[in-house]
Structure formats: C-alpha cells, structure tokens
Design a protein around this ligand. Structure first.
Ligand code: ADP
Length: 257
C-alpha cells in the first residue's frame, strides 16, 4: 500500500514521487543491485511509473544491468536540472551514466554528490523510485536516508552472511529513521541440479531473522545462471522471462513495497 509522503518534507526534486524504496545490503556482492533492478522492472510491468537511482558511487552496476540507448545523463542548462536516461519506460540515474570513471571521493563529498544528483533530477511523476543504496550502513547511507523520506526498505543478504549482526545493523538504521523494513531477500539461497536441491551456504537462518527482527516478509532468491547472465546482458531477468520462477518471486516482493 502507498504511504503518503508529505510534500513539505521533500526536497523539491522529489515532490512528484509517491513511494521511495531503499534496497540495501551490509556488504557488496550479495545481489543488491540485481534485486533493485528486477524489483523496479516488476513494478513497471505491474503498471507503475518507476525510476531507479543507483547511489553506488564506487561501483555503479546499473549501466551493465540495463541497456538504454542514451548512456549519458543530460543537463537542462536553464533549470540546472538533470534529465534521467530511460530503458523500457523506467527512468534511470547512475554515476555510471555521468561520463566519468570510478569516482575518487571522500565520504562527505560523496554524500553531497549523491544528494545533489538525486534531488536535482527531473523525475517527473513517479509511483516508485527504487534507490540502489551503496553497501553498508555508514555515514553516506545515513545521510542519504535523512535527505530522502523513504517509504520502505528492502534488505538483501546471502545465507552465509546472514549474521544477525549484519541484518540487525540495517534494521537498526532504518528503524532509527522510522522507515519500515518490509522485506529481507535471502539471495543465492539454493540451486537445483540433477533433480536435487542444494543449499551451498546453509539454511534456516532466514526464518530466525523474520522472528527476531519482526520483518513481515522473507524471500528466497535461488542461484540462477540466467540471473547472472541477464545482469551482464543489459536485460533484467524479469523482462527476459516474465513468466519464470524469478519473476514470480519479484511479483510477490513488488506487492510488499
Ligand atoms: P551487489 O549489488 O550486492 O554488489 P550484484 O547485484 O551486483 O550485487 O550481484 C553480484 C553478481 O552476482 C552479479 O554478477 C550478479 O549477476 C550475480 N548474482 C546476483 N544474484 C544472483 C543469483 N541469485 N544467481 C546468480 N547470480 C547472481
């Protein structure tokens, strides 16, 4: 259900967005961007107007995961605003579209650049803005969460890294900011081969997380070669295979946010 954001709380650039959802992880490489992008395209497929903000300054993955025709952000010189690029109807902003190499910046500078890029973008009317957060729960993440009134957060983790300390850090940050953590995605939880299901990183920790942290939804996302291949090919798996198992998982997640 949509939770209203009150206009006076919002930076000008974000006033036409109904829901802002953070996709967050404590560590890099757990599949946060994969979840953010597939969630965004699932919501778009459900009929929503969607944007993705890739806030990962040091390792932007959005340019690999989608293939917009225009790979550079355009500036509106009169209004001094940034016009997002677009792929299959979803508006996109990433440092990877900013025309520079990997950024070399210190924390406070990164925060400033992220906030500026986010709030000076001409998003237009959006039902959902999905923010692919930089990994971790440090100052950059905290500042971002303070500037943007998030309506929901999704935490991505993997079974072997699903230590309570890690997930707790994420939950604590969002609860301090009064942002509801609506779901945990336990990524790479299992794979099927030779008619059997394997749990390479162990199992069972997910339900404990739900109980201990009171998070209403837990989603298991399997290891799928197609998920990795689609991430590299520039077409999200939910677009390439809308009837598949992965798409169904994202449709259920889409309903939660
Ligand atoms: P993060 O944003 O947390 O750094 P990514 O979403 O970029 O992680 O994922 C890291 C790599 O793992 C990518 O190459 C991605 O395609 C791959 N990957 C993520 N989730 C899965 C999965 N469930 N099955 C197979 N490959 C995956």
């Amino acid at each position: 259900p949509a939770r209203p954001i009150y206009a006076e709380q919002l930076p000008a650039g974000l006033q036409t967005i109904s829901n802002i959802v953070a996709v967050s992880s404590c560590k890099g490489g757990v599949g946060k961007s994969t979840v953010a992008v597939n969630l965004a395209y699932t919501l778009a497929d459900m009929g929503a107007r969607v944007g993705i903000f890739d806030a990962d300054v040091y390792g932007p993955s959005l340019p690999t995961m989608v293939s917009p025709e225009n790979r550079l952000l355009v500036m509106n010189p009169e209004k001094k605003t940034i016009i997002p690029t677009e792929y299959l109807g979803v508006k996109l902003i990433s440092f990877g579209f900013a025309g520079q190499g990997r950024a070399i910046m210190r924390g406070p500078m990164v925060s400033g650049v992220i906030n500026q890029l986010l709030t000076t973008t001409e998003w237009g009317e959006l039902d959902y803005l999905i923010i692919d957060m930089p990994p971790g729960t440090g100052d950059i993440q905290l500042t971002l969460c303070q500037v943007v009134p998030l309506t929901a957060a999704v935490i991505v983790t993997t079974p072997q890294k699903l230590s309570f300390i890690d997930v707790a850090k994420g939950v604590r940050m969002f609860s301090k900011l009064k942002v509801p953590c609506v779901a945990v995605v336990e990524n790479m939880c299992h794979f099927d081969a030779d008619g059997k299901r394997y749990y390479p990183f162990g199992r069972g920790s997910g339900s404990q997380v739900v109980q201990q942290f009171g998070i209403p939804h837990l989603f298991d996302l399997p290891i799928r070669p197609t998920l990795s291949a689609s991430g590299d090919s520039g077409m999200p798996e939910v677009v390439a295979d809308p009837q598949g198992e992965v798409s169904k998982i994202f449709q259920n997640l889409g309903v939660c946010v």
